[in-house]
Design a protein around this ligand. Sequence first.
Ligand SMILES: Nc1ncnc2c1ncn2[C@@H]1O[C@H](COP(=O)(O)OP(=O)(O)OP(=O)(O)O)[C@@H](O)[C@H]1O
Length: 801
Amino acid sequence: MADDGMLLNFELGDAPLKTQVKFTGGRWRDRKRAEKSVKRWQQDPTASATPQNRRDGGEQDSSRPPKRQRTENGSLGRNFGSRSAADGQPDGNRAPSHAMKTGQITSSLFSSNPAPVTNFDEPAAEEVEPAKPSNAPLTEEAENFLALGLSRRVAHHLASKLEMKAPTAIQKNTIPQLVKEDSDAFLQAETGSGKTLAYLLPIVHRIMRLSLNDDGSSKQTKVHRNSGLFAIILAPTRELCKQIAVVLEKVLRCAPWLVCTTVIGGESKKSEKARIRKGVNILIATPGRLADHLDNTKVLEVGTVRWLVLDEGDRMMEMGFEEDIRTIVGKIRKDKLDKQNKEGVVLDGILPSRRVTVLCSATMKMNVQKLGEISLQDAAHITASKSDMENDAAGGATEAVFSAPSQLKQAIVIVPAKLRLVTLVALLKSTFARKGSVMKAIIFISCADSVDFHFEVLKSTKTLEPPSPESSPNAKTHSPHTDTTVAPAAYITSPANPTIMIHKLHGSLAQPVRTSTLNAFSACKEPAVLITTDISSRGLDVPAVELVVEYDPAFAVADHVHRIGRTARAGRPGKAVLFLLPGCEEGYKSLLHSTAPTNPELYETVLQKGLATPVDLPTPTNSDEASKKQSWTARAEALQLHFEQRLLAPAPGATEDAEEDTQTRTGKNGKQYKTRPTKPKDNPLLDSARQAFRSHIRAYATHVREERVYFDMTQLHLGHTAKSFGLREAPGGIGGGVSRRTHKPTTTSKGGASGTKRTFDDRDGGDARDGENPSVDDDAARRMREKIKAVMNVASEFNIG
Ligand SMILES: Nc1ncnc2c1ncn2[C@@H]1O[C@H](COP(=O)(O)OP(=O)(O)OP(=O)(O)O)[C@@H](O)[C@H]1O
């Protein structure tokens, strides 16, 4: 058993053991061994387990911490120490656990956890005034779209139909540049600051001017869908492409003669070709699919293309689109620029007289430079603040754009591996405790298998009728595609929010499922949670998201900025919570450029708050009265036990299958024998947990090289991590080279000079990828890349540096 927190659930009571213990029955050898064992225990009862606990009579590893005993009332024994005190309730208040009643083996959540290295005694940061939103639209008095050079028609449409009266800072700086100038541009601004409209509005404005005079009256020759393709917008994910298309369609309602469409992987190429043949003026595409169409779709002509926008350029490079982007840029540049279109409409003068490339991102990674080299020529670097731009022009740093929106509240919770799952439930439970407190939350998890598992484990096991239009406001968004990706949540509901919908989204799902699930999440009128991978970290704009939980930290700090940027958009408030393990992961805090830094919190605070009221378990083990009296620690243990029991329950139908499999066979002597029934199949949830655990460990090995000092594979306790998947031991099959932690962290004390010394100091100082642990890293990274690439057509959900 991998878990050193395991204990056998035997009752000892307080009565001292008799000094002379007589064993009768059994073999002489066994009796002697038992007597010896008792003697040893009597000599030093504190150093090792009781004789009963030594199931196999073998020696116990003295390096392991002593195990806690369970007392009669099911509370935790003498080693509970500080947790008991923190609990604030006498141990006697804890109701007997289910394990006590059923005599099952259970393991303790609160023992043998590594202590955090953060000094929690430091005075908490003083309450400061809530920061002024940094990505909100400017005031109407200060700016308006008309003053930026957009036509009256567009400005009026924005104000009256889209309720956008004033631009954001990045729009204010970008729109005049792209309306008047023909040079390339690199837009860099915080998440949720309106970059999409910053590049879309000037493009639409200039294409519209082909059909409209300066006073807004129509020209004699109006361009239409067959007049040529003028702009191509590339984005890394299909979801982002669709989202950009939705925004653009809304803008194009003021110019209904113009048409946009998407070409993205996972949809029928034939229907995409048909749409291109019908004519399109602005094309939104994923790089792989566009490269494919450029090769194989003859009707796709790029002679009239004036703009190429690379949205989330750094992400496209990371996802391995470099070659596709090179091909696309090469093909577009190679094609001669048409000065007028087939119908004789003069393009030059109104549209740019050269091809303009616009690169867009909230963060800047090294690969953006490379992308710039491939695609940009003399680009203007446009940021939200003028001082940043001036600083940049003078060769200064561009650190400011790496920060999160100032109004976004960030929290870090240090959670030992064993307690992660229950802490997540507690956090969500307290989040949704009040009506209207939070409408939508996104939980980021490292890999698709783990998303699947957490969705299964958190969803309600009660089967629900498909919603009827009268009974549920979500009925309209219900689609057969979301049968396996949207469900009501269990555990995190409250009397104020009895229905909370959970959704899952990752790249291994079929495209119609992905699209429908995202639509369902966006349109959900009830409180909703989306469990997802980094596929949702870029560009996704769901305005009501008020909480982002990074249950698994991002693979690179730039991705962290994008993940938390799914909330606090366009000046709205938002909160982000990052889960870190005690130990070297705590050092990661130093990389986070937060405008409002927060001291890390201990998990106890989250548990205490979230489990202040009983969790609504599908199979309660206590009466209502007993549940109410339980302490939060007992509730956490009961919840963990419940998850473990769900995994261990026989697979649905396993018993009947086994019965059916029992057959009668006639032996050589003519006697009839019953064949042994085949082993009941494992519970699918157990399989899912094991698979999730394996993928989680492999994904952990793919943190970018520079950050692996904080995410150190060798410090990961596999047994404890397994517990966060409801498993009682770490399953095999992770792949060679994942070494278990064999030594205790060097620091256990809180605070002081020693308190800041991290466990990774023990290491040779080498890089895990190239040094001591190469087999997992490179191999796992390669396999993950290949697997995800195969599934997603071209994209990897893993940011492998
Ligand atoms: N001028 C404006 N006034 C009000 N809301 C706006 C304005 N411009 C954009 N928004 C809204 O702001 C939100 C964020 O916009 P957008 O998705 O373009 O941000 P972004 O900068 O591209 O973010 P990310 O970097 O995360 O992709 C959207 O909901 C959009 O409708």
